[in-house]
Design a binder for this molecule. Structure first.
Ligand SMILES: *Cc1c(COP(=O)(O)O)cnc(C)c1O
Length: 453
């Protein structure tokens, strides 16, 4: 299978090259040239597979340039460090409400699903080409931690993660800075997540620098992330009661549109998912988009759900490509307008399987308490946003994107006690190692020049 850019000005690449490249050279995002069809027979055949087997069966349709035993071994390694035998367990709370727990990976957030896999894919790429790779990403919290744990100590790799100093949760910072691994550089920058993202875009636009250091992106735009995330939607859909399978609405806490996009791909490939609810925090560009057709940046208001404190939803461009009839010239035009004016107004914004809710900060502890009182279940502040307005006529499958123990202050405020997790207790005793760097591309480039492998 070949992968094309949303902006149509990059030659199609195979899976491994598209994954290693990250952002397409024309500034667009990689997509499969054709989405494969998932048939009813496939779904039947996949019903009883355990998570890694399902992952191999599904991703084999895309990763056609890696032989099957090698690929199966990569997948097995990627899900070996999860602390639940089902990897992504589905927990029923009521007849029409289930929670898909995506926090059993090494950093206790859903991003481990993709970034454990991505780390092993990079390692495979380095080995098979006898090359080193330098990975660069910006994070508002969980991405950095998950990316770092995907590459921890892997030979031939170094990872540079930019994060807004003082604006990620303390335990998230510890997950990035207390690893003790020599190939990890946690870079605390002065500014917001979007400042970090802007600097990163500028660096990736510098082709010579990219080539010199074999730089790869590891934010939520990497193709492998979206594809890996499809698998837990598929796994959940296969596990809901058969009588409810045609009435499933996934409720997805999102900022970048990365998570929910994966579910939507699956629907396009033929899995009969009823709909998706996009659940934002007070940084609600996606809520405004889906309720008014207006895509407009605003300033970021830091919230108690910091991994969704984003105003530019970088994965939205992939959805846009399909929305605009797979016309890269239209995508270029819209993205250029959006970039220069900060806004794009869709005349006919047709997204019928999507609905949206938003949650301001004051509501989050209230929801955490009411979910706890009603079901005896503790949700983290991001997942809480998904409980804002349940639809009683659907089977809501809420994606629990992080373990509550990552956000002890907010949880304690809501229900009076702090949840704990053993892996976080270990981190609290370790020293923090971080590198303070100015939020400009020049300073970041200099740092990478000094430390790249
Ligand atoms: C990253 C993250 C999100 C948002 O994910 P998107 O890629 O923006 O969809 C939500 N919750 C948690 C806990 C996260 O780490």
């Amino acid at each position: 299978m070949k992968f094309i850019s949303t902006r149509g000005e990059t030659s199609p690449l195979g899976f491994s090259d598209a994954v290693a490249t990250g952002l397409a050279p024309d500034g667009g995002l990689f997509l499969p040239a054709e989405l494969p069809r998932i048939s009813a027979a496939d779904l039947t055949a996949w019903r009883d597979l355990a998570y890694p087997g399902l992952c191999v069966a599904f991703l084999r349709r895309f990763a056609t340039d890696i032989d099957e035993p090698t690929f199966a071994a990569i997948v097995a390694r990627s899900y070996a460090h999860f602390d639940h035998p089902e990897i992504a367990p589905l927990v029923p709370l009521a007849d029409n409400l289930q929670v898909l727990e995506l926090f059993h990976g090494p950093t206790l957030a859903f991003k481990d699903f993709a970034l454990q896999l991505l780390g092993n894919l990079y390692e495979h790429q380095c080995r098979s080409r006898h090359q080193s790779i330098n990975v660069l990403g910006a994070t508002s919290g969980d991405t950095g931690a998950a990316a770092i744990h995907g590459l921890l100590g892997k030979p031939g790799t170094a990872i540079f993660i930019l994060y807004p100093d003082g604006r990620v949760a303390p335990l998230q910072e510890r997950q990035m800075t207390c690893t003790g691994a020599a190939n990890v550089y946690a870079m605390a920058i002065e500014g917001s997540f979007d400042d970090a993202q802007d600097a990163l875009k500028e660096i990736f636009a510098d082709q010579a620098f990219r080539t010199q250091h074999r730089l790869s992106a590891v934010n939520s735009i990497n193709l492998a992330r979206v594809l890996a995330q499809c698998v837990y939607y598929l796994s959940a859909w296969l596990r809901v009661p058969v009588a409810q399978q045609d009435n499933v609405e996934f409720v997805v806490p999102t900022g970048n549109f990365g998570n929910v996009l994966a579910g939507w791909f699956l629907q396009r490939m033929g899995v009969p998912i009823r709909g998706f609810r996009v659940a934002t925090n007070q940084n609600d560009i996606l809520h405004r988009l889906f309720t008014t057709g207006n895509y407009q940046v605003d300033t970021v208001a830091p919230s108690v759900a910091p991994s969704m404190d984003i105003q530019v939803a970088s994965n939205f461009e992939r959805f846009l490509y399909y929305h605009e009839g797979r016309d890269p010239a239209r995508v270029r035009e819209i993205m250029a307008t959006f970039k220069s004016t900060g806004t794009y107004r869709f005349e006919h914004f047709d997204a019928d399987t999507f609905s949206a809710t938003r949650c301001v900060d004051a509501e989050i502890p209230v929801i955490i308490k009411s979910v706890y009182d009603r079901y005896g279940y503790v949700v983290d502040p991001h997942t809480a946003c998904a409980f804002a307005a349940p639809d009683p006529d659907r089977l809501s499958v809420v994606l629990a994107t992080a373990h509550p123990a990552k956000f002890p202050e907010t949880i304690k405020r809501a229900i009076g006690h702090e949840p704990r997790h053993p892996s976080l207790e270990v981190l609290k005793a370790r020293p923090i190692v971080k590198h303070a760097v100015a939020a400009n591309a020049g300073a970041i480039r200099t740092f990478i020049d000094q430390h790249a492998v």
